[in-house]
Every structure is written in C-alpha cells, then in structure tokens.
Design a protein around this ligand. Structure first.
Ligand SMILES: Cc1ncc(C[n+]2csc(CCOP(=O)(O)OP(=O)(O)O)c2C)c(N)n1
Ligand SMILES: [Mg+2]
Length: 331
C-alpha cells in the first residue's frame, strides 16, 4: 500500500458504504416500495472510490445509468439517495429521478445520463465550464465500455483535446455492454490506444485494487490539472451482479467470510482485495477493518428502515396503497 492508514480506511469505508446500500436495495426491492430499474456496481466499487478519492471537492463528476457508486464516492448523501429510490420528496432529485438520476449540487455530482454515451459529451461541457470559470477544477466523466461503441464518445474526446479542456474520461471496462462481450463489439479492444490516437494521454489500471486505481488516477489527474489537457483512464473489473435488477452474484457482506476472502490473492472482489492489502501491510488495523465491515451495513440498514417507513406513511396519508406483489407469474 502506498497510502496512509487514514486514506486506506477511508477507501475501504466508502466501498463498504456503496456495497451496503446496494445490498440494501437487493434486500428491499421485492417489497415493491422501491420501483424502477436499478443497475448495481457490485464488483466495481474501486473504480469510483479510487478515482474520486484523489479528486478535490470542487471537481465535478457526471455518470451513467450505473451511477450509485459515483454519487456516493463523490460525497452524495446516503439518506438522500435512499429516499430518492423510494420516490420521496426528500430524495436527492426530489423523488423524480430514481436510481439513474442521482444528483448532488453540494457534492458537485452533476447527475447522470442513461443514454449512451451521454456522460462523455456532458463531461466536455462541464470541462469547458471549469476552464471558462478559471476554477482549476477538473470534470470527471464516468462511462462504461459500451459507451465507446458509439461515435459521439470519440467526438467528445476529440473536442476536449482540440479545446484543451480539463476533463478526465474514466472508462469503466467490465467487458460487457448489457451481456455482449467487448471483443464481439469492437475490433480494437484497447480503449486507451484509441484515446491516444486522438492525442489524449491514457492510462490503464486493474480496478480490483483500489490503491492501483488511486495511483493511476492521481497521475492522470495531475496531468489534466497542470496542462488543462484531457486524459483517459481505462479501468477493468468484473461486474459481480446482473446488468440490471437487484441481483448480486456474490453473498452479502459477512465479516468472517470477507476476512477469509481477503487472504485469497486472486480475489475479484475489490473490498476483499482492499482488506487483504490493509491486513498485509498494516495488520494492527484489523479492528478498524472489522468495525467498518460490521458497523456500516448496520447503519445503512437503519436508513432503509427509515425511508421505508416514510414511504409507507406518505402513501397512507395520500390514500395510496402499493399493489401487492404478484403471487405467481403463471397465468
Ligand atoms: C444510445 C443507447 N443505446 C442503448 C442503450 C441501452 N443500454 C443501456 S445500458 C447498456 C449497456 C451499457 O454498457 P456499458 O456502457 O459498458 O456500461 P455497463 O452497463 O457495463 O456499466 C445499453 C446498451 C442506451 N441506454 N442508450
Ligand atoms: Mg460495460
């Protein structure tokens, strides 16, 4: 680890917050008080956390349909996000947006576009705003590898390079667009190589390791900030959940199981990988790690109970009754 104990625990805590919120969604969704599609980030938490941990509060970020991790890693309120999922007025988009339209002006999280590759040209506009304001802030545009199937992704890169805009384009390569592998969609699968062809600096990192992401992000951000030239950071990790829907392919956080997985050097779970790195280099932090793994999910579960009760109270007052879940799908 090339970070202080404080930063290491901060990264772990943020990833556990993201995981626990998404596990909460999985647990609550079948009650049908949370509606609308949800795209989880389970397995990809280190991408958002590694990048945004080295950003400054004044930097602005924009995301995609898979925006939970980016909103939370940028400092968006947990309670306001959960309220948003329940469609409450206290939600971060006043209950109108839902999972794919999280927003936090306070945290400089400028929302999300679910239309591919919407976040990429929006990041160019945000970068232009940063440059014109003379704020020395950077615009960070997250997108999936599927966004790079689209022509306007490359138009956005080109425009940012021509106008010399302080934009960091983060390509989250989970190897899939819905369920189609990258190699079945693109002849040249090295996204960094294509970015370099447009004159951008580009770097890669394995996003199972949050500290590797952090290191690579710090380097490219430094370049963007000091030169006002855009850069691309291409990150790879596995999506350990379904493309859409509250379906995780790994078990909810269990401290014992997580500590055992942390000892597996080949793990693809970024939280286990982070715990493993901390325990290897700073074994005296075991107690702090356990406290995060146990304490965070308990606090998040309480937030879900609070929002669920507020949802039911509101519906009772408004005379609305949610229809019962279907007993069977057979007709
Ligand atoms: C213009 C456009 N075409 C198709 C879709 C449908 N769609 C939603 S998510 C998705 C896959 C996106 O893959 P990627 O960008 O790699 O992000 P990931 O879901 O893997 O995080 C597609 C094709 C869309 N939202 N917008
Ligand atoms: Mg993808």
């Amino acid at each position: 680890m090339d970070v202080t104990a404080e930063v290491a625990l901060e990264c772990l805590e943020r990833m556990v917050v993201i995981r626990a919120v998404e596990e909460g969604i999985c647990a609550e969704y079948s009650n049908r008080n949370i509606r609308g599609p949800v795209h989880l980030s389970i397995g990809q938490e280190a991408m958002a956390v590694g990048v945004l941990n080295v950003c400054r509060p004044e930097d602005v970020a924009v995301s995609t349909h898979r925006d939970h991790a980016h909103y939370l890693a940028k400092g968006g309120s947990v309670g306001a996000m959960i309220d948003e999922l329940y469609g409450l007025e206290s939600g971060c988009s006043r209950g109108y947006g839902g999972s794919m339209h999280l927003f936090s002006g306070e945290a400089n999280f400028m929302g999300a576009s679910a239309v591919l590759p919407g976040s990429t040209p929006i990041a160019v506009g945000l970068g232009l705003g940063c440059k014109l304001d003379g704020r020395r802030a950077v615009a960070v545009g997250f997108s999936g590898d599927g966004a790079s199937d689209e022509g306007s992704f490359f138009e956005a890169l080109n425009l940012a390079a021509v106008l010399k805009l302080p934009v960091l384009f983060v390509c989250e390569n989970n190897g899939l667009s819905t369920n189609t592998p990258l190699a079945a969609r693109q002849a040249q699968t090295d996204i960094s190589a294509k970015a370099r062809a447009f004159g951008l600096v580009a770097a890669n990192a394995d996003a199972v390791d949050v500290f590797a992401v952090r290191r690579a992000a710090a380097e490219v951000l430094d370049h963007v900030r000091s030169t006002s030239q855009p850069a691309v950071l291409a990150l790879t990790a596995d999506r350990l959940c379904a493309h859409v829907g509250p379906v995780s392919t790994i078990d909810p956080i269990d401290t014992g199981a997580m500590l055992a997985e942390a000892a597996n050097g080949a793990t693809r779970d970024p939280i286990a990988s982070c715990v493993g790195a901390i325990l290897r280099d700073e074994p005296q932090l075991r107690g702090e790690c356990i406290e995060i793994l146990e304490g965070v999910p308990t606090r998040i579960a309480a937030e879900f109970r609070r929002a669920n009760a507020a949802f039911e109270d509101r519906n009772a007052v408004a005379g609305l009754v949610a229809p019962p879940p279907p007993k069977s799908h057979t007709v």
